[in-house]
Write a protein that binds this ligand. Structure first.
Ligand code: EPU
Length: 422
């Protein structure tokens, strides 16, 4: 099993290229199901979740070929098997994104219920409520959702809460429904806007993506696409937090400045210098870090996907920070591991009180989910001595060879194979 060995406390200097956005690429790959032709997605990061989505598309009957950074999804040749099995959904919850496209295009979808995961219960009731409003008949049998409809029909749907993949699933379904759909209280994440851009390129009529109301004029059919995916704001944000924690001066090539506004504002408040440099971003930290108060919220609030990385940085700030998690109920799994490295953190309900210490000390720690793993890597970079991060497969779901990118700016970090139990 792979692990990362990090020798900490080296400043980061140089250039890191930010890859394509995982959470934009996943729904766009599922959108290939809305058309029969051959689609091509470029700037796709080399990640386990991309492999899993491609495996799912192949299981469904589409020939998805990953030649990083390009994924090609071949034209539909034979029968489609509109089913996402437990084995694949278990590996990646975003598999639920095939539900909308399958029922809209093929009239039937059978998708395993994802169940809970490390960061929370994560139900999909909003996806199902929306599909029902579009006319799908939905039942749950043996752990699977079965959705059927001869043709979906446009409707007005008000989400009870903002859900990113819920908004995406319904946008895709409504794109092939008969008539007009209005989605109210939508997620406004940049990845939702990006999916709408691709769907419109396929011939859909979608307005308002990026605001809380999206209007979709349904079409009879959609065309394939060729598209380069936007840059990953969370990957870029992770590198900003790494520079914030250890100090240094790094150019983040292609970092999406506008999408990162809430992160940039918070980290400037902590004492970092962050500037736009053409299409890139310059991030530096020379002074000590000031503590911050941050509460996660749907976009344009502070992203939950950056909470763990911000916490690792605040472990070495001068003073007390308060980080409040409002999106997922169990997203503090990194706290005990950070404490084993000498951090002083107390959790009270959904708030973590972080008392900055002068330095962390290297330890053997275990990754529990994707962003928690990233926070342990940042902590390892700032800690004195050696840190070993185990269960790196979590990291590989969402970061494209993070150790190479960090080594490229001076970090002492390597991947190795750990013998024995993970
Ligand atoms: N929720 C419901 N019912 C639903 C849907 C969501 O109660 O039907 C709740 C969730 O349990 C959660 C909140 O609503 O408490 C928001 O969840 P959301 O549906 O927005 O999350 P998601 O779409 O499953 C995406 C990202 C996550 C990211 C969240 C929040 C993808 C593939 N995943 O998940 O990314 O944390 O939005 O921004 O886009 C990651 O990349 O590490 C990651 C976990």
């Amino acid at each position: 099993m792979d692990a990362l060995r990090i020798r900490g406390a080296t400043r980061l200097e140089g250039t890191i290229h930010v890859g394509g956005a995982k959470n934009a690429a996943l729904p766009i790959l599922c959108a290939t199901l809305l058309s029969d032709g051959q689609s091509r997605l470029r700037n796709v990061p080399r990640l386990r979740d991309i492999e899993t989505t491609s495996a799912l598309l192949r299981f469904l009957g589409r020939n998805a070929v990953v030649t990083s950074p390009v994924v090609e999804v071949g034209a539909a040749t034979g029968e489609i098997r509109p089913e996402a099995p437990y084995e694949l959904v278990r590996q990646m919850r975003a598999s639920v994104l095939v539900l909308g496209p399958l029922v809209a295009r093929y009239g039937r979808a059978k998708v395993s219920l994802p169940g809970g995961c490390a960061i929370g219960a994560r139900p999909i009731d909003q996806h199902l409520k929306g599909l029902e409003a579009l006319g799908a008949r939905i039942r749950v049998e043996h752990g699977y959702v079965i959705a059927e409809a001869r043709r979906l029909r446009g409707a007005e749907i008000v989400f009870d809460l903002q859900t990113v993949t819920g908004t995406e699933n319904l946008m895709m379904a409504a794109a092939l429904a008969k008539g007009r759909t209005t989605l109210v209280n939508c997620a406004r994440e940049p990845e939702v806007e990006e999916l709408a851009r691709v769907l419109n390129r396929m011939g859909a009529h979608i307005e308002g993506a990026g605001t809380d109301t999206i209007v979709i004029g349904g079409c009879d059919e959609l065309e394939p696409f060729d598209h380069a995916v936007i840059a990953d704001r969370i990957e870029a944000g992770t590198f900003i937090a790494a520079v914030g924690a250890v100090g240094g001066n790094v150019l983040l090539e292609q970092a999406p400045f506008d999408d990162l506004e809430p992160v940039v504002a918070k980290l400037r408040g902590a004492g970092m210098e962050i500037e736009r440099e053409g299409e890139h971003m310059r991030v530096a930290r020379e002074r000590t870090i000031s503590p911050v108060k941050a509460t996660t919220a749907p976009h344009p609030g502070f992203p939950t996907d950056m909470q763990a990385q911000l916490m690792a940085m605040m472990c070495v700030a001068q003073g007390q920070s308060v980080l409040t998690e409002t999106i997922f109920e169990n997203r503090f799994m990194h706290v005990p591991e950070l404490c084993r490295m000498g951090a002083r953190i107390e959790v009270h309900n959904n708030a973590a009180i972080v008392d900055g210490v002068p330095r962390l000390s290297g330890a053997s720690v275990m990754a529990t989910d994707l962003r928690a793993s990233a926070s342990l890597v940042i902590a390892g970079l700032v800690a004195e001595g050696e840190t070993v991060v185990r269960r790196v497969y979590h990291l590989d779901r969402g970061y494209d060879r993070i150790e190479r990118k960090l080594a490229g700016v001076g970090a002492t970090i390597e991947r190795f194979t750990l013998e024995g139990p993970p």
